[in-house]
Design a binder for this molecule. Structure first.
Ligand code: G4P
Ligand code: NA
Ligand code: NA
Length: 189
């Protein structure tokens, strides 16, 4: 998606060979117009698959999952990171390591929000090693729901997450694919 690539080049900060900071458009400040355009693109890509629901994980997946769900006309569910007092007791939960934070977190979805047979589109901001996506996919499987695909804003091709899902036969669409962040340079695929 050209608009996204342009915004990445304008605002992205290469933190290391592995990490791209996109705090001006995606991970801290959010560009609403860009979010709407990207949601429209995911809805165009997955509309024919007739998803019943969009699933993501808090926090940075929420804006893009919301605009995608809005354009598809379906609800959006975000997995929560830890149990709160008001959270239902009946949840599907998975333990997920975080590449950027170097910690392990528990993500969870109330079982009444993910039903057997529902067609689920998974959306997230970044894919690196794919741990977050795999955790969400295990939750979808536990619920007996059906994964129709994975939509990612920024896929880092030099990490294995996206391709490891494709190798399992899962459809993965990313709006910007980054081949390398070496020497402080953003190279698209
Ligand atoms: P993985 O699930 O694909 O292995 O990714 P990883 O564990 O690396 O993701 C951990 C967190 O780091 C995720 O956010 C993910 O979106 C983010 N992330 C991964 N690579 C990059 C990167 O190059 N740049 C930026 N800005 N983020 C990256 P999270 O832990 O879910 O945190 P939150 O932002 O949603 O609160
Ligand atoms: Na993130
Ligand atoms: Na995320």
């Amino acid at each position: 998606m050209e608009l996204l690539k342009q915004r990445i080049l304008e605002t992205g900060v290469v933190v290391s060979d592995q990490v791209l900071k996109l705090d001006a458009i995606l991970n801290h400040q959010v560009d609403p117009v860009l979010m709407m355009e990207m949601g429209k693109e995911f809805a165009r890509l997955y509309g024919e698959e007739k998803p019943d629901k969009v699933l993501t994980v808090e926090s940075s997946g929420i804006p893009i999952a919301l605009t995608t769900a809005l354009h598809l006309g379906v609800p959006m569910v975000f997995a929560r990171r830890k149990k709160t007092l008001t959270m239902d007791q009946d949840t599907y939960s998975e333990r997920v390591p975080s590449f950027t934070k170097g910690i392990v977190t528990d993500i969870m979805v109330s079982s009444h929000l993910l039903k057997k047979g529902e067609r689920v589109l998974l959306i997230d901001d970044f894919i690196a090693n794919g741990d977050a996506a795999r955790g969400l996919i295990r939750i979808i499987e536990k619920a007996g729901a059906e994964l129709i695909g994975v939509g990612i804003v920024v896929e880092k091709m030099f990490q294995s997450g996206g391709n490891s899902l494709r190798e399992r036969g899962i459809r993965v669409d990313s709006l910007a694919r980054i081949a390398s962040l070496s020497n402080g340079q953003i190279q698209f695929d």
